[in-house]
Design a binder for this molecule. Sequence first.
Ligand code: SAM
Length: 225
Amino acid sequence: MRIDVVTIFPGLFGPFLETSLVGKARAAGLVEIEAWDLRDFTSDRHRSVDDEPYGGGGGMVMTAPPWLAAMDRIGADRSVHRILLSPQGDRLDDARVRKLAEVGDLVLMCGRYEGIDERVRELVVDEELSIGDYVLNGGEVAAMVVIEAVCRQVPGVVGLADSVENESFRNGLLDYPHYTRPPVVGGLSVPEVLRSGDHKAISEWRRRMALRATRAKRPDLLDEG
Ligand code: SAM
């Protein structure tokens, strides 16, 4: 799995890419991730990436040439899937995350300001992705969401394959509740069955709790099934 991110703030990705599971996955060679500075693809002295909008109005628009130059260079030697992070894109969900993990070679394009000149979308973007119906200042945090969600699907990144398979949304259900020591917290005890050692009973209880959580918190998931 390889992910290239193009941004005017590559520094935002430093600690993110070195920490926790993403950091470990990179160190183990399970995923390769590189953050590129869009300004490295500019050709003027000021390394400018934005200009005033045609038609007037507030805000600036990211110009097409640096983006096209970056897309020419990144993935020139291989087939890549280019994703524009955008509030106007399809909403990211578990099914799409799994599909992206299968694609394997992603380029994440992070907009800023009012967004990127529309012709970039028409010329080089394969897919427009949103992380939700709200507007962020830029695509960087959205790119981190995609990276973290997709990397979890790469075999070996999350210690036990089982813990990815039983997570929320897999099998159309939310996850069951989890408990750890101490056995009593604020007067609440751990459900007896989890301390029984009866694996069949534990598995049935977890399935019932997953159904109950889904019915209470996300009944729409059951309707979809
Ligand atoms: N003018 C745009 C609009 O109203 O649709 C919003 C531009 S936003 C301020 C700047 C950049 O942030 C976008 O180009 C996109 O890359 C990113 N962005 C903002 N909200 C996002 C979201 N919900 N999902 C993914 N990317 C988002």
